[in-house]
Design a protein around this ligand. Structure first.
Ligand SMILES: [Ca+2]
Ligand SMILES: [Ca+2]
Length: 479
């Protein structure tokens, strides 16, 4: 009896480890900027070409098809993922809140720091942390301090011609002269060659590390791909893959915003970028074409990166997590852009490969938040838990992708903006504006019909509202 139970214990122990190898696995942590679910294996757009991401899925990169972000703009999303704490707990709500200046975030150990402390060599290139102005030098604060080895991302190719914006789309008369006045732009780059572009160079750098280096410790490599963030300037050949006449626009309804009423009794208004595209020649197809073209460029970079790992000695002992910091609207809800808390920006492509564990061509339906990556990687690598982490490990789900995993999850946006999603319903509240929304994804995947005032949903509302955080920290200092 004793021997049998000893064998059983051993069997449980070994099957719980992802590999029989006693050495800790390496980690490849790939961040993509502003990529929504327009990836072949995520099904968000039937025209998009992402052969490398699709092949990754075919080779053990499990699709996490119901993954959501802790916040819907770069800095709060990335800061939450990297510190393991939600914006409402740190006060890092916006792009101007550097986590290093936030009293409730600055002493947290970020993911790379934590892995370094527990025996990993950490190295990086490309955008992982949001970039902030800094006195340390012209490159600004890009999170250099968080890694053992930081490499400057190089490479740039200008857009063709001298006209700016390249797309010739003027501001609306009342538009503020802000980021979007020049940033909301698209067009081909000079030379029709992707190999000098920053993301391509970053992917090549990573491939060279895998192939040319002998690491004496397990590594945690973070690679940041900056596109499809605006501007959508990529070589002409990517535009040519998507003939303008053939572009299918996302389905939208023009009165979609009318059922979202603020506390002044007014409906929410359309975003100025959408109005600009609509007003000056309804150039929606051009915008969609440019975003698709930029995604395919990103997919080529991912191909270089993943092939580099595949052909290296590290291919069988490296966990890969590939994620986007939030999604993007391409006209849905009369909007081009990120922010807000609708499905288009909350749900993101997220893929996980654990060699020998995640099956080929797998699609896991469990509901996860990217803030859960931190505790999950800790568990998969067998290092001590970080008690500061807000998220919960989904390592068990990785081992059993078909198990039920549907705890409602939270996304924050600014102070008092929250979304609770349980796989069927999404409840959205913005306290300052006084708006509330409830959508039933089973019948309304585009979130067109706001059910929040319908009495038959009172119980559902009550249930979801219990997940809204009761304590919200004030916003931390701005840059
Ligand atoms: Ca972003
Ligand atoms: Ca609506």
């Amino acid at each position: 009896m004793k021997i049998t139970s000893l064998l059983l214990t051993l069997l449980i122990l070994t099957t719980n480890c992802f590999s029989l190898n006693t050495e800790k696995p390496n980690i490849l942590f790939i961040a993509i900027d502003d990529l929504n679910d327009w990836v072949g294996v995520f099904g968000g757009n039937s025209q998009v070409r992402t052969p490398n991401l699709d092949r990754f899925n075919a080779n053990g990169g499990m699709v996490m098809s119901d993954a959501h972000v802790p916040s819907t703009v770069c800095c709060p999303s990335r800061s939450a993922i990297l510190t393991g704490k939600f914006p409402h707990n740190t006060g890092v709500y916006g792009n101007k809140n550097n986590l290093r200046n936030a009293p409730l975030a600055k002493d947290l150990l970020t993911m790379p720091q934590y892995f370094s402390k527990h025996g990993y060599h950490t190295l990086t290139r490309g955008k992982i942390f949001h970039v902030h102005p800094s006195n340390d030098g012209p490159r600004g604060d890009q999170g250099q301090w968080a890694f053992d080895e930081w490499s400057d991302a190089k490479g740039w190719v200008p857009p063709l011609g001298d006209q700016r914006p390249t797309n010739g789309l003027p501001n609306l008369p009342n538009d503020k002269k802000n980021y979007h006045s020049i940033g909301f732009d698209w067009g081909p780059t000079v030379g029709n060659d992707e190999t000098k572009m920053k993301d391509y160079c970053t992917a090549l750098w990573a491939a060279e590390q895998f192939q040319n280096r002998q690491f004496d410790k397990p590594f945690f490599m973070a690679v940041g791909i900056s596109k499809p963030h605006l501007p959508w300037h990529v070589p002409q050949k990517y535009f040519d893959m998507y003939p303008l006449d053939d572009i299918i626009l996302p389905e939208v309804i023009l009165n979609d915003l009318d059922d979202i009423i603020n506390k002044w009794g007014k409906p929410v208004s359309a975003h100025s970028t959408w109005l600009r595209v609509e007003t000056y020649g309804q150039r929606h197809k051009e915008a969609v074409q440019a975003y698709l073209a930029t995604i395919t460029f990103v997919d080529d970079c991912i191909g270089v990166l993943l092939n580099g790992l595949e052909q290296s000695p590290y291919s069988e002992n490296t966990i890969i997590m590939l994620w986007s910091d939030h999604g993007w609207h391409l006209g849905e809800k009369q909007r081009y852009g990120k922010t807000q808390l609708w499905q288009e920006t909350c749900r993101v492509p997220f893929m996980v490969k654990v060699p020998g564990v995640t099956p080929d061509n797998a699609d896991c339906k469990g509901i996860v938040n990217l803030i859960d990556m931190y505790p999950t990687l800790i568990e998969l690598c067998g290092i001590p838990k970080n008690l500061d982490n807000d998220g919960r490990s989904f390592a068990e789900l990785i081992r059993n992708p078909n198990m039920e995993w549907k705890e409602p999850i939270l996304s924050d946006y600014n102070y008092g903006g929250h979304r609770i999603y349980d796989g069927r319903y999404s409840y959205i509240v913005f306290e300052k504006a006084g708006t509330e929304e409830l959508y039933d994804h089973k019948v309304d995947p585009m979130e067109w019909n706001n059910l929040v005032r319908m009495p038959e949903y009172a119980q559902t509302l009550e249930r979801l509202k219990k997940y809204i955080p009761l304590v919200r920290q004030q916003e931390g200092p701005r840059n």
